[in-house]
Structure formats: C-alpha cells, structure tokens
Design a protein around this ligand. Structure first.
Ligand SMILES: [Zn+2]
Length: 316
C-alpha cells in the first residue's frame, strides 16, 4: 500500500524513533519504543541502544532470502503488505518459524476489524536463517546467541523489551517488493516485543501477537496511544481517538467522536470522553474506558474501529 497518510504515519514513527546520538554521547543511539508487560500494560520508553542494533547487513543476504507469499489478496498499491522476518531459527527450524508466523497471523485476524478486512492484506514470510537457535538474554541475562537479526531481551535494561537490528530486519524484509509493516518474530516462548518501524514479537507466545495488532492501529488507522504515561502535549491532536475536548465540547462543536458518544463500546462500557490518554494524565481524553490502544488484549473502541475501516475502504 502506498498512500500519503500511511507514509506520514511511518515518518512520524521514524522521526520519533531515531534521535541521532550526539558527538559527546556514548556510542549508540537513543530511541523511543513501546514496551509491553504481560498483563497488557503498554508504555513508551526512551532506550539507549548499541550502534550494532542499526549496522547494515550485506545486501546480498537479503536478496538470497526465501520469500513465501502466505496470502495474496490484491496488488500492493491497494493492499497492506505485512512482512514477517524471523530470528533465532536455524536451518532445521524453518518449520517452527512457519508455524509461528501462521499462529501470529491467526491471532491477529481473530481481532476486529482485521478479521472482517483480511482481504485488505497481503501476508509474506521471509525465511531468515540463524547460526544459533533462540534469543540473547533468554531465559536469563548473559545468555548469548549468534542470530541473524541479533534479537535480545532486556533491551535498554527492560526485561520484556525485545530488540533486533532494525536495519538488518528491514533489509531481509526488502526481499518483498512493497513493505508496509515489518514484523520480526523471535524464536522464544518468553513474552515480549517492541513497537516501532519494526515491530517485534515472541514467535512462540500467542499473547505477543497483540503487539502487532496494536502497532497496526498506529500504522493503518493513524491512531494515538490511549495510555497516560510519557511526554504529554495537551494541544488538540490530529489522531481520531484522542482529544483535548470534553464530551460536552465535542457535542457542542460536533467534533471528533461526538457521533459515538453514549453508544456501546466493546470493552463493556459506553463511548464517552475519559480523561487520561496520549501520554497525558489530565487534559487529554480517550473514547472508552479501555481499548487495544491502551491495553493489549482489549478490543478497539468504536471511533478507532471506524478510522481503521475508513483506511481500509480508502484502499479497497
Ligand atoms: Zn502504541
């Protein structure tokens, strides 16, 4: 898929994600990432990462990667191309990798509106072969594995933050001609992942697939995070699921999700304007008590679902 909104969303992530290290800083770079706790709690954290997380891999390796089109539903121009790459799978573990890709896809497309709009996706599997099986710092810190994408837990000192060399992940993914979102699956059952230009997820942990569902909320729907920790800015945002307006102000101005106010929300309550959203504890509102943009395992709320479907229909 190629469209301005999507590119804008990715550019936003990239700009937010990569702050160049200054000359006086230690080698490496600082990046803003999303971290996910087993209970579903999400937070955005600034992480110092080694320069090796961005080093380039020889292009010929990416070109040699085997590509399997798991599902092709339309031309790349009008379809969202989801590209899986794997890490910590040896040459004899490619069937395990395939199983992990397929279970991640099954978990993603069990969630609405992905379920109803599956035909808007092309799904690709790129085989990446690692010298060693598993993930660095799994199960404990200090365990080292020699893998193609260098996946490791305890990224930035956070146990569940699973980082990979993003340059290498993108180079392998580039074996597919059009890439809208790269998902790096790591060969582990330990829960973890990370959000950003390359989303990471534990290949052997079904719960980790929720990370992909959340990240696609950003990249497809242009949705805001609805949790309330991080760097707060209470100016009216462009995202459809966050607002500085109260419910009364929305009604009065016919703004944001005013048409949904009072309607049922799949998380159990009704749509309203709930304070605490988009990294702000006060002065910023979200449409429902809880949602996938606030906590993994929750459904999208109606205004977010509407934005996702509008994005699918624009491409359909
Ligand atoms: Zn997010």
């Amino acid at each position: 898929m190629r469209r301005a909104g999507l590119l804008f969303a990715f550019t936003g992530i990239l700009l937010a994600g990569f702050v160049p290290a200054t000359a006086s800083a230690a080698p490496g770079f600082t990046t803003s990432m999303e971290a996910f706790e087993p209970g579903g709690t999400i937070s955005r954290v600034n992480v110092n990462r080694p320069s090796s997380d961005r080093s380039a891999a020889p292009q010929r390796i990416a070109n040699a990667a085997k590509v399997t089109p798991i599902e092709t539903n339309g031309p790349s121009e009008s379809t969202f191309d989801l590209v899986f790459v794997g890490d910590g799978y040896t040459s004899t573990q490619m069937s395990t990798y395939s199983q992990h890709v397929r279970s991640s896809i099954a978990a993603l497309f069990a969630i609405e509106p992905y379920k109803s709009y599956r035909k808007q996706f092309n799904l690709w599997q790129v085989d990446v072969v690692s010298a060693e099986s598993g993930v660095t710092n799994d199960p404990t810190q200090g365990v080292r594995r020699n893998t193609a994408l260098g996946a490791y837990f305890w990224c930035g000192g956070i146990e569940r933050l699973l980082c990979v060399n993003e340059t290498k992940a993108k180079q392998y993914a580039a074996a597919v001609s059009d890439v809208d979102q790269v998902i790096a699956l790591a060969n582990t059952t330990k829960y973890g992942g990370a959000g950003g230009g390359v989303a990471t997820s534990s290949g052997g942990n079904a719960q980790a697939s929720q990370i992909v569902a959340h990240e696609l909320g950003h990249s497809i729907g242009g949705l805001a995070d609805e949790y309330d920790y991080g760097t707060c800015d209470t100016r009216e945002p462009r995202e459809p699921n966050a607002s500085a307006l109260t419910a009364a102000q929305m009604r009065e101005r016919k703004a944001k999700w005013h048409a949904w106010l009072g309607k049922p929300s799949p998380d159990g309550g009704t749509v309203g304007a709930f304070e605490g959203s988009r990294y702000c504890k006060t002065g910023m509102y979200r449409p429902s008590v809880n949602s996938l943009m606030r906590t993994l395992g929750q459904p999208f709320n109606p205004p977010s679902t509407e934005a996702m479907i509008a994005a699918f229909n624009r491409e359909g």
